[in-house]
Design a protein around this ligand. Sequence first.
Ligand SMILES: [Zn+2]
Length: 158
Amino acid sequence: METRGRMTIDAQGDALLLAGSIDESAALHELIGRATAGRLVLDLGGVTFINSLGVRDWIRMQAAAQKADLKVELRRVAEPLVHQLNMIIATRGNAHVTSFYAPYACDACGREESLLIDAVINAAALVKLEPPAMTCPECAAQMAFNDFPERYFSFLSS
Ligand SMILES: [Zn+2]
């Protein structure tokens, strides 16, 4: 996974893969023109950072998508973006989040990991603020959710 550098956009299957830092150079408005059949699918698993100008452009992109009547799906939303979705309601737009990363920690071996949660399969549990059970890839013990569910999952209840 990329850890620094400007955001890149790559088409992969039906999705546009965003990676790197989202800042004022990210040209998020270009995404709107790359929607197909009224759908804009963004894979955000490689996003490592977003600054305040990136957030501003992200909100504009969401507004433009709504204006253009696009169905926006966000997949594999990385933790830095989940924090923005939780803090700033306008960043959510009309987007549908189908999966996202969340912090887990293993009490047995100390491993900390960002794990992918399927928001569709786990929808009922997430509404009740119950983090899905995850197994430690290191020692196979059950991992504990490493944030406050009522805070981390709040973007799902908009
Ligand atoms: Zn472990």
